[in-house]
Design a protein around this ligand. Structure first.
Ligand code: ARG
Length: 583
């Protein structure tokens, strides 16, 4: 048996053919889940969309289709409502059968993409010699979720960590290192110090003209490949990478060292970008700088806004590197789609980048270029999230604080849990809470960072979902039942809360698809939250282990529990979020 959507598609095709002839047969029946049982379980909007083509009132069309619909054993009832909606009420036997289909599918209904693509996801991308902050958290978490979901759909995903490891700031950083007596034998300097180094170097640069001058010369040395300068640069890069990979490990994201493809990687390719732009006559000179003018981009005074690719002193820019990266990803990595996960403030940069590579003919029409922008993390005062004295909040500090807060939430909930176990659980749950808070908000909107809300045991939070999962496991534990031994297909729907839960479970695959359709991870969060709520209602209404419950009923309910747990765990997993066994 196949999924409900295909079953309906086939039955509707037959009915439409019978009513209006084969030429209309393959139109999409536009069947959606209803969120109100008054309108059935599913609703078809086909009559509205056919009205024009057929030249009749939707209501008449709905009638004609319904007369020809053979839905025996599929629908208990079919109704026409309003202007011509077709409301479909599933037969309980079909719900039972479909649960079995889903339970036996290791992918829980998620289908591989019809045409798998090679997709580059460019995310995280922190900057060397700077501490990762909460803005990079968003890119890392959102990017990682989208990577996991695309992979689950059978796409080949190439992760690219486009770290900022090049630029004029390295002149002053290196010069400052030298001034402060750096030498090969220098003792290990942690990245915390490097952040400080950045601030101090910047201050000196702004105040000391001689130092600024030396810094600029140092940039020339760096670009010229001077060995000593490169050695110091490498040191800064390595130290930073060490710090980044520790954060990745703690966050449990997929990024590995092999995904690093930092800005400096593209240096050898930049001259060619410029000469190719010259050759195709896209490069113009404006006030000494090399620029590209693109249709539709205007500055505040409504004058054409150029994309600068070479400064008047000959230096290349962020945009130049990004053009080289597009070419590399399309030509060498053979990608058909590029997704960039950054702050919304970079939207114009990517719009121009995409326009430029299309215009140059370097990204063919069928290549997909997507910017996946996100909003800012705000503090309680609704201003960008900062420390009390206005500094940037370090990611590591944030993770530590999350862990402490989570441990105390668990202690309140389950005071009997041994200390060590509590700490382990706090590690997992705190990361989960942070990630989920980030993912469950519409990504383009700014969101307020709020510990109490993200750690709450009710509401649309990770702890709520993890708790639902834990609760299910504890049912099996209490009943001394091995999950593997239960009959997955034993479902016999009786109570209405069982039915609601089953229908919600069927929506899993569609929720996952909704994420990739619009690159919106929060759609999966919303689904999981609704699922957990449905489970909660079912659990309240339907006793499972109580004495006197018939064996068949008990087995059916256990099967529903098992499938719910699997979907919650799998769904959270796609978001990069782990579950715990107890909390
Ligand atoms: N390093 C940049 C930043 O911190 C993000 C890089 C995004 N990727 C890219 N290909 N431009 O803002």
């Amino acid at each position: 048996m196949t999924d409900l959507k295909s079953i309906f598609a086939e039955k509707f095709a037959l009915a439409i053919e019978a009513a209006y002839g084969a030429e209309h047969r393959d139109v999409d029946p536009l069947i959606n889940v209803t969120n109100n049982p008054e309108f059935g379980d599913y609703q078809a909007n086909i009559a509205m969309s056919l009205a024009k083509k057929i030249g009749d009132k939707p209501r008449n069309i709905a009638n004609a289709i319904v007369e020809n619909l053979a839905l025996d054993n599929i629908c208990a009832k079919v109704e026409i409502a309003g202007p011509g909606f077709i409301n479909l009420y599933l037969e309980n036997s079909l719900v039972n059968a479909q649960i079995q289909v889903m339970a036996e599918d290791v992918n829980l209904g998620i289908k591989p993409a019809e045409t798998p693509e090679t997709i580059v996801v460019d995310y995280s991308a922190p900057n060397v010699a700077k501490e990762m902050h909460v803005g990079h958290l968003r890119s890392t978490v959102i990017g990682d979720a989208i990577v996991r979901i695309l992979m689950a759909q059978g796409h080949k995903v190439i992760r690219q960590n486009h770290m900022g490891d090049w630029g004029t700031q390295f002149g002053m950083l290196i010069e400052y290192l030298i001034d402060s007596g750096w030498d090969e034998k220098a003792t290990h300097t942690s990245i915390g110090d490097l952040e400080l180094l950045y601030q101090q170097a910047k201050q000196k640069f702004d105040q000391d003209a001689e130092f600024a001058d030396r810094s600029r010369k140092r940039v020339v040395n760096l670009q010229g490949g001077d060995e000593y300068t490169l050695k110091l640069w490498r040191y800064l890069v390595d130290e930073s990478m060490l710090h980044f990979s520790q954060v990745y490990k703690r966050l449990g994201v997929l990024l590995e060292e092999t995904d690093n493809c930092p800005e400096s990687f593209y240096n050898p390719l930049l001259d060619k970008v410029i000469s190719d732009l010259e050759e195709i006559k896209l490069l113009e000179i404006s006030e000494g700088a090399g620029v590209i003018f693109l249709d539709g981009f205007k500055d505040r005074d409504d004058k054409p806004l150029p994309m600068i690719v070479r400064k008047s002193d000959g230096a290349y820019l962020y945009a130049t590197t990004d053009i080289a990266a597009v070419r590399y990803r399309l030509n060498e990595l053979q990608a058909g789609r590029l997704i960039y996960v950054t702050d919304a403030r970079q939207s114009q940069h990517f719009a121009m980048l995409f326009a430029a590579v299309r215009r140059a003919g370097w990204a063919a029409e069928d290549v997909k270029l997507d910017h996946m922008p996100f909003g800012t993390v705000l503090g309680p005062n609704r201003k960008p999230f900062k420390t009390r004295d206005g500094g940037t909040i370090k990611l590591v500090d944030l993770l530590d604080e999350a862990e402490l807060k989570t441990a105390s939430v668990i202690e309140k909930k389950n005071s009997e849990m041994p200390e060590k176990q509590r700490q382990e659980a706090a590690k997992v749950i705190s990361i989960a809470a942070l990630k989920y808070a980030d993912l469950s908000n519409d990504r383009i909107k700014d969101y307020v960072f709020d510990w109490d809300r993200m750690l709450a045991l009710d509401g649309n939070t990770a702890p709520y979902l993890q708790n639902a999962y834990v609760r299910i496991l504890s049912i099996f534990r209490k009943g001394d039942i091995e999950r593997q031994t239960i009959d997955k297909g034993a479902v016999i729907i009786q109570a209405s809360s069982e039915r609601t839960l089953a229908l919600k479970l069927f929506q899993y695959a569609a929720a996952v698809e909704a994420v990739t359709e619009r690159l919106e991870p929060h759609r999966l969060c919303t689904f999981l939250y609704e699922l957990a709520s449905c489970f909660h209602s079912f659990y309240e209404a339907c006793p499972i282990l109580k004495d006197g419950i018939e064996k068949d009923v008990r087995n059916s309910r256990l099967a529903l529990c098992d499938l719910s747990a699997r979907v919650i765990k799998d769904g959270l997993g796609l978001l990069g979020i782990e579950t715990v066994e107890q909390m």
